[in-house]
Unconditional design. Sequence first.
Length: 341
Amino acid sequence: MLKHNKSAKNVVIVGDGKPGRMLAAELTSENPIGINIVGFIDAEKEIGVDIIDGKKVIGNYSHIKEILNKYHVDEILIAFGGNDYEQLFKLIDVCKEMKVCVKLSSDLFSIIPQKFFTERYADLPVIDVSPGVAIWYPVILKRIFDLFIAMVCLILFTPLLIVIAIFIKLTSEGPILFNQIRIGKNGVPFSFYKFRTMYISKNDDVDRKEKMISFMKNKNSNSSGVKIISDSRITRIGRVLRKTSLDEIPQLFNVIKGDMSTVGPRPCLQYEYENYDKWQMRRLNVMPGCTGVWQVSGRSSVSFKDSVILDLYYINTMSPWLDLRLTLKTLPVMLFSLGGK
């Protein structure tokens, strides 16, 4: 059995590449936060291989449960680069199942330190993705929160809704509301409501569909990875509504119906769903939302991959406090038109 300072946390580092070595070196130099590094988990090196300062590989990804039990691990620090998102989230799932704290110091989640919540181990930024609340929150308290926020907002916004509806009807032909089939929790389709912001078109917008799929796969020529918009079809009032996200207000009816939550990943279209990578399907593990982490982190300026990462970060850390913070952060984003298109 591993012997260590009782006041120190038993920590295992996943990844022995440059990020993992840097993290280990920083934590062992002075160890100001009481951390005992048990060893490394690595996918390629053999067990027993020395990595740094006598810290060795103690297993690979398939041994994660055995390692957590054998060494009484208090915390997993994931510190590898690359693009193996599926493996990353599998590791997080196992740690959550075993009720072990999980923190990331990885290029895979570099967008999080720039845009949202972080803490520091010595001089290194890490992201806590441990489950923050009991499992009953999404089922009970989250629904109560959703209904309260949706009803209060609809009451407050009723005069504004009437004004917007009149402007839409007077400035272009077509219905006031735009009704579209979106994919919700567990892949279940539902009718999604928005104020109409575009002129009516008889074609199926095949070109936009192709551009969006290319955007999702990072094959489009637009290196900034911004949202695909059909500018020529947007009405004058539609530009204002999209810029301020006022076109999204009718989704509060989706919240009341139980199709959506106030906070969560944005619901996708059918063809987007069909083109998701396996790791991106995790977006559908919870109810889609009207706002989320990526909406308050840049909205249209956030690339597709980063928006998925931010959504999955939310899913792994969701709590009543986080929902309240995101809801409050959405208001200034709307009022000052931050990042909207």
